[in-house]
Design a protein around this ligand. Structure first.
Ligand SMILES: NC(=O)c1ccc[n+]([C@@H]2O[C@H](COP(=O)([O-])OP(=O)(O)OC[C@H]3O[C@@H](n4cnc5c(N)ncnc54)[C@H](OP(=O)(O)O)[C@@H]3O)[C@@H](O)[C@H]2O)c1
Length: 346
């Protein structure tokens, strides 16, 4: 088997393709021949050496990757409900950038018939992230006004769709004009192109009384203003910090990181209570042990997918060997939907 290994944090050159012995499934585990791998911004952050759960659970060397689609090769002892040859998608805490992958049974799901391998590989992480942010943390009500930053991206596009499923009015924010049409197609009530207009003036025009829910993975660039634009009883969900990560050849500048860390707002409990606002945060990669979250979320998401209420993200594919190019593209901030790696013959 082949896998992509990061021996030490850094730029794109740290993504090294290596041959390793084929793995075998232990009791309760499934061995998958991987056809396609979803790429997440967190994989880039892992490469940069700044992803807390990569350090916590694995350290370096590390193989990034949270999601794959492929075919079951064999199953370990105790598994009777899945056979070799079944097409599946799976979530994994790291190791996804591999042509063969062993994962616990509960992290494997039968491929929905309408999804191809590449589309399936790009579905679970962003869908679960958006589902958790909205339904487990923010609890939207029909008619709520929601603001989604980076709305054309992987998680952002899912948030737009799930907000609409919840009966809310969704305003999507994008950082480049070529992304506007994609967010409109997802059904957003309004789209703000912050490269062409003043973001917060436009946000105020869309919701003069403020937003009931704002979903922000930018971090320092927008967090303070996101908080200010909450309506009473509004909730700000923080789930990433990508605006801190201005990189050169894939390596973030240390001084910029320190300054952005210091400039990132800290929220006062006195202000939260007086203004009736809440700030919520999460990182799913620390929650893999909460198995009911994963099961409940995937069951609901796959049902919406089958009912045609939810569309998987549009994917752009790169060959396994072009992983560096794919990371560079994702970090350019210009991509729409999801990027995936394809494994060819495995
Ligand atoms: N907490 C969790 O459990 C969890 C799980 C999954 C993902 N995430 C976070 O969710 C965010 C989105 O992840 P994703 O994989 O779906 O990526 P993505 O949204 O497809 O791509 C990142 C987008 O962020 C914006 N951006 C702003 N500053 C950027 C920078 N310096 N470098 C690159 N992009 C920048 C760009 O969109 P615009 O310019 O249009 O805003 C870009 O397209 C990331 O911050 C990720 O870490 C968190």
């Amino acid at each position: 088997m082949k896998k992509i290994v990061i021996h030490k944090p850094g730029g794109y050159r740290q993504l090294v393709i290596e041959e390793h012995p084929d793995p075998a499934p232990g009791p309760g585990e499934v061995l998958i021949a991987v056809a396609a791998i979803g790429i997440n911004y967190a994989d880039c952050v892992t490469r940069m050496g700044l992803y807390a759960s990569a350090k916590h659970y694995v350290g370096y060397p590390v193989t990034p990757g949270f999601e794959v689609a492929g075919t079951v090769m064999s199953v370990g002892a105790g598994i009777t409900d899945l056979q070799a040859g079944t097409a599946v998608l799976a979530v994994t805490r790291f190791n996804g950038y591999s042509t063969q992958l062993v994962v616990p049974r509960e992290q494997v799901f039968t491929l929905p018939p309408q999804l191809g391998m590449e589309t399936a590989a790009g579905f679970p992480t962003v869908a679960l992230t958006a589902w958790f942010a909205l339904f487990e943390l923010a609890h939207p009500h029909p008619g709520d006004r929601i603001l989604v930053h980076s709305a054309a991206g992987g998680v952002g596009g899912m948030l737009v769709q799930l907000g609409i499923i919840a009966g809310c009015e969704v305003t999507g924010v994008v950082g480049a004009s070529h992304k506007v049409a994609a967010v409109r197609q997802l059904g957003a009530t309004a789209v703000i192109d912050k490269s062409a207009t003043d973001l917060w003036k436009a946000a105020e025009a869309s919701a003069p009384d403020g937003y009931d829910i704002i979903l922000d993975a930018n971090g320092v660039a927008t967090l303070r203003q996101s908080y200010r634009h909450l309506a009473p009883v509004g909730k700000l969900v923080v789930y990433g910090f990508h605006s801190m990560l201005r990189t050169r050849d894939g390596v973030p500048g240390k001084l910029g990181l320190i300054l952005d860390y210091l400039r990132t707002p800290r929220f006062s409990p006195f202000d939260l209570t007086t203004r009736n606002r809440s700030v919520l945060g999460f990182n799913l990669s620390f929650l893999f042990d909460r198995k009911t979250i994963l099961a409940t979320g995937m069951q609901q998401l796959l049902q919406w997918l089958q009912q045609g209420k939810l569309r998987p993200p549009a994917v752009t594919s790169y060959p396994f060997e072009a992983v560096a190019e794919a990371h560079r593209a994702l970090e350019s901030g210009q991509t729409v939907g999801k990027l995936v790696l394809t494994c060819g013959e495995t």
